[in-house]
Design a protein around this ligand. Structure first.
Ligand code: GCV
Length: 679
């Protein structure tokens, strides 16, 4: 096991400097096994660079500090011990410091690795004052990223669907990449922020990708071999129609005995090849993907046939709840895409096998900049639910705009659907299938196109480990790891600048795009840039219903689509009421006149004008702040990349501002109270 050193790729949040505190000290690693050897390799590499020393006692258990002394050649500053003293459940670790020794111990080898990366995060402070023993446990057992990567570049969606970071880390021009060193480096980045599962192909499973389950399984095994040393299990997106398209059967009906036998046989072969395989991810009956509806079966029937095949091996099915009608008629006002997941799945509560995770997008529509939290989280107490987020910024600026998403995710995870009477969304995920997100990483030199978008991937992992962490604290962690203070000329200036650019960047993005929770208004297809009516008359759903008098979607039970009724009583009543509905979601739930006065005291139309002007000003200010940074404070290539992206963000934000303001000025005829320029 050796730690990859890539010279032409940005090190993201694991630059060599981040290991200085460990690398200058004496470390004892106790225990053995593949993951312990990974930890050993990490420390060895750091010591080689910074002059520290590392010893390995493969068999050590029990009192490891005593063992360290007994080893005879001097004391240690850091002891990493696989022993019986860590938390018994999960992949957590225990951290303590006494008598000049920092001790990390864990029962599970993955815990030891997480403990080492935690020490790296702490830097020199891990070796300062004594620390009483702290137990570190992950809130979610499963912390997963999904890749929407295609093996063969799709004619419309490209190599990575909704990917804004260059090519795929795994696939290129129809085959597995020949050099997988970068996959190891990726595994290392993911593990260091707590991620422990990854799916390696698009949920829209095309013909070539379907065969990853059979003919191309060797490719998946090769990828799994890269993730394994970092404690990350590999999952595969599969096609529900595979028994027909790959197996030659005449049906994929989940009640058919031959179909069940086929899934069992194929799955057994997968586990012969990849013994720690994680399981299947399935998008069924959604946006053209095949599913159980074709056979008159329910989604529980569909998911359970795969679950039964995986169960003997400890695998899971991530069955996505993103099922809605994308052949709508815009004339039909009764169809509401927001209702779809709850309508389809809530009646199935209790019917899914234990190893099915129902993977539910955090909002009822589709990763919009602002949506309410999905009502499904409160509707299926007898189902294991996984909460799905989108790190790739499909609707939030596509990694051309700065949009730090941790504050949004924090709000989602902290949301209490029962309004004080039940668990939060984070609790639902913790007892269910954990947290899942669509990755934003690719073959780009900076991993994520926009270098600052790295913080989103890092923050996702940290929130999956600990959902109550403050987004600003996570950002500080990311800043300190990525731009190590001891190697930065003016770390406080850089920190202030990054916080100024990123802390409120989600709200800034919201300000200059679709207002008050209405969503979309993006260019159809690529979903970048403004197009107010882009989807208004399309089969994918209708989103704003603006006319000369007002705007918004009436989703009330009293007069609208009834979506509010999908929430437990407290929130159902709040969203139903025009008076109590939070401003930021007003137009998601209500159709109101332009002169409706918000809780903030301004009218809807004036809010639209004000926020669009303010949003552009905030971007212009961010751009100037970045330009003012002294030369050489950060890597010049990184500085240039961020500067280029800020230029584009400003251009695009102006376009949004002018199109949205002009559109609503023309519709409403109401002038801006401040007399600013509207076209
Ligand atoms: C992978 C959105 C995206 C699609 C994506 C889909 C999904 O609709 O635009 O590209 O498909 O979500 O989550 O399955």
């Amino acid at each position: 096991m050796s730690v990859p050193e890539l010279t032409d790729v940005h090190p993201a949040w694991l630059p060599p400097e981040a290991f200085r505190a460990v690398g200058t000290r004496r470390t004892l690693v106790c225990g053995d096994g593949p993951l312990v050897r990974t930890a050993l390799a990490e420390v060895t590499q750091a010591c080689r660079r910074y002059g520290g020393a590392v010893r390995h006692l493969p068999a050590a258990t029990g009192d490891v500090v005593a063992a360290a002394v007994a080893a005879g050649d001097g004391p240690s500053d850091l002891v990493l011990a696989l022993s019986g003293t860590g938390p018994a459940d999960g992949d957590g670790f225990l951290l303590a410091r006494a008598a000049g020794v920092t001790l990390v111990s864990a029962d599970d080898p993955a815990g030891l690795l997480h403990g080492l990366f935690h020490v790296v995060r702490l830097g020199a402070s891990a070796f300062g004052a004594d620390r009483p023993a702290e137990q570190h446990r992950s809130a979610m057992r499963r912390r997963m990223v999904n890749h929407w990567d295609n093996v063969v570049a799709h004619p419309v969606m490209g190599q990575v669907e909704r990917g804004y970071s260059g090519g795929s880390l795994f696939w290129q021009d129809g085959t597995l990449r020949t050099d997988l060193t970068r996959v190891t480096a990726y595994a290392r980045l993911l593990a260091s922020c707590g991620i422990n599962a990854v799916s390696v192909n698009n949920v829209n499973v095309h013909a070539t990708e379907a065969s990853l389950l059979t003919d191309r399984l060797g490719d998946v095994a090769a990828i799994a071999a890269r993730f394994r040393p970092y404690g990350i299990r590999v999952h595969l997106s599969v096609s529900f129609a595979a028994p027909v398209t790959l197996g030659g059967l005449s049906t994929a009906d989940p009640h058919d005995a031959q179909v069940r036998a086929w899934w069992a046989r194929i799955t057994a072969r997968v586990y012969e090849t990849i013994p720690d395989f994680g399981g299947y991810v399935v998008k069924a009956d959604s946006e053209g993907q095949p599913g159980p509806f074709a056979y008159g079966r329910s989604h529980a029937d569909g998911a359970n046939v795969l679950a039964d095949a995986l169960a003997p091996f400890g695998g899971v099915v991530d069955w996505r709840a993103f099922v809605y009608n994308h052949h709508q008629d815009w004339r039909d006002r009764s169809t509401d895409r927001a209702r779809a997941a709850h309508d389809h799945f809530a009646p199935l509560d209790g019917e899914f096998r234990d190893n099915v995770h129902l993977q539910v997008k955090h909002g009822p529509i589709d990763f919009q900049t602002r949506e309410p939290v999905s009502p499904v989280f409160a509707a299926m107490p007898a189902t294991r639910i996984a909460v799905e987020l989108q790190v790739t910024q499909e609707y939030t600026g596509q990694q051309r705009h700065v949009c730090y998403l941790a504050p949004m995710w924090s709000e989602v995870l902290g949301f209490d659907p029962w309004d004080g009477e039940g668990p939060s969304v984070a609790d639902v995920a913790a007892v269910g299938g954990g947290l899942v997100a669509v990755s934003n990483a690719g073959a780009d030199r900076f991993w994520t196109g926009h270098p600052l978008a790295q913080a989103n991937l890092y923050a996702f992992g940290r929130l999956a480990w600990s959902p109550w962490l403050d987004p600003a604290t996570i950002l500080d962690e990311w800043i300190d790891l990525t731009f190590v203070p001891s190697a930065t000329a003016d770390p406080e200036l850089l920190r202030r600048t990054l916080h100024a650019l990123m802390d409120h960047s989600w709200q800034t993005y919201e300000q200059y795009t679709a207002p008050l929770g209405i969503g979309f208004m993006v260019r159809p297809g690529d979903h970048y840039g403004p197009d107010v009516d882009g989807y208004e008359y399309s089969p994918w759903g209708t989103y704003h219903f603006a006319d000369r008098d007002g705007i918004g979607v009436d989703r009330t039970q009293a007069s609208g689509t009834g979506f509010t009724g999908q929430y437990p009583p407290g929130w159902a009543a709040a969203y139903e009421s025009l008076d109590r509905c939070p401003d930021e979601l007003l137009l998601f739930f209500h159709h109101v006149p332009y002169d409706h006065v918000l809780h903030s005291g301004v009218t809807v139309i004036q809010h639209i004008y004000d926020t669009h002007f303010a949003g552009v000003e905030a971007v212009a200010e961010a751009q100037q702040r970045w330009e003012r940074l002294p030369a050489g404070l950060v890597d010049p290539a990184l500085h240039t990349r961020v500067a280029e992206r800020l230029d584009e963000q400003l251009r695009c934000a102006r376009e949004w501002r002018d199109q949205i303001n002009t559109y609503f000025f023309r519709k409403s005829g109401v002038p801006d109270a401040c007399g600013r320029r509207i076209f």
